[in-house]
Design a protein around this ligand. Structure first.
Ligand code: ZN
Ligand code: ZN
Length: 360
């Protein structure tokens, strides 16, 4: 398997003149290209060479990890970049569009013009990186599987912990503690644990609310491992459920299973959203207002999206969440979220936690 830098050189620089280069500065894309997390630095990819520029805080550690590019310890980054571009005969450098500030773009232009290097600030480099990151390699998928495994194990663990009298915050903390004990580097995002009437807050923050008999408890969690983000939601009931809760749960599960069954290479991502949305809207109009799913990887929200109007075509290697929900203000809410990998002939659900209605 070629390195991410090789793939970027081929897909982005391959069709350009030999005097073009790509300059990547955003933390997530630097990590994608080098496999090394750092808070500062840049990756310069020229036709012949690749350089990972970082400062003394990271240089030694980076040399132990980074293989696809030369680690260069910097004092003044733009001076070093200019020297490297002069050495490699670069005349045009493409920089990221969304993640570079106006200040940084201005500084690049000032610094590089001295060497006769033009700075190209259009969206083309972003598009190339996005296209690469959207299709995961087998190695990336394996990292996501391992992150999801810890997340699944945490769900199994928490079933014994949840009971009336525990608070949402206690459940969230226990989930995080368990994942870190299993080797997670961190959490994919601030966990959502909401119960009872709080359940309609689809992105609610865990509170001191005590879990009570008859509550749904919705937990949206994920472990961060090897720099990759897992993401899963499960909703469980405590004590007993009403007929309406059971009905809503069955409908959300039906919508999710129908969407997963529909996903295969060639389908339009917006249509995946529609499959689930039509099922939910038929009975609960206006109760599902967010998108069905999002890509995950080195960021928790990336491409593609299972969202209304998305014209992206599903392709093997995409890893996307499928997360329908119903949110009824003043009553309850629920969501069920799995991660799927688009395969050659369909998709594989890499979330293994059970999703029949569990009543604790
Ligand atoms: Zn989630
Ligand atoms: Zn999600």
């Amino acid at each position: 398997m070629s390195s991410a830098i090789d793939r970027l050189r081929r897909s982005f620089l391959g069709e350009k003149e030999a005097d073009c280069a790509a300059l990547v500065v955003s933390p997530e894309n630097r990590f994608y290209l080098t496999g090394f997390p750092s808070s500062a630095g840049a990756v310069l990819v020229t036709a012949k060479n690749a350089y990972f520029l970082t400062d003394f805080r990271y240089a030694e550690a980076a040399r132990r990890v980074v293989t696809g590019s030369e680690v260069v310890c910097i004092k003044r980054m733009n001076d070093t970049l200019r020297e490297l571009m002069e050495k490699d005969g670069v005349r045009r450098v493409f920089v990221e569009y969304e993640k570079v500030s106006l200040r940084q773009a201005h500084d690049f232009e000032q610094a590089f013009s001295k060497a006769g290097v033009a700075v190209e600030t259009g969206p083309s480099l972003d598009a190339a990186l996005e296209a690469l990151r959207t299709i995961k390699t087998p190695e990336e998928i394996q990292k996501l599987r391992e992150a999801q495994k810890i997340t699944d194990d945490a769900f199994t663990h928490i079933l014994d912990y949840i009971r009336p009298g525990r608070t949402e915050r206690e459940v969230a903390l226990e989930l995080e503690f368990f994942m870190r004990r299993q080797g997670a580097e961190g959490v994919s995002f601030e966990f959502i644990v909401v119960s009872g009437k709080n359940g309609s807050l689809c992105h609610g923050v865990p509170s001191d609310k005590v879990i009570e008999d008859g509550d749904f408890v919705t937990m949206d969690t994920g472990a961060l491992l090897h720099g990759y983000h897992a993401d899963m939601t499960r909703t469980v009931a405590v004590g007993h459920v009403s007929d309406e809760q059971r009905h809503a749960y069955d409908l959300v599960l039906k919508a999710q299973l129908a969407a997963i069954d529909f996903i295969r290479p060639g389908v339009v991502c917006g249509d995946v959203d529609k499959v689930a949305r039509d099922i939910l809207e038929a009975e609960y109009k206006g109760a599902f207002e967010h998108s069905l799913g999002h890509g995950v990887g080195v960021e928790i929200h990336e491409w593609p999206r299972f969202a209304a109007g998305s014209t992206t075509i599903a392709q093997p290697g995409m890893v996307v969440s499928v997360e329908p929900g119903i949110y009824l203000e003043g009553k309850f809410g629920l969501r069920i979220e799995d991660l799927i990998v688009v395969t050659e002939d369909g998709c594989e659900d890499i979330t293994k936690s059970r999703k029949d209605l569990i009543i604790l």
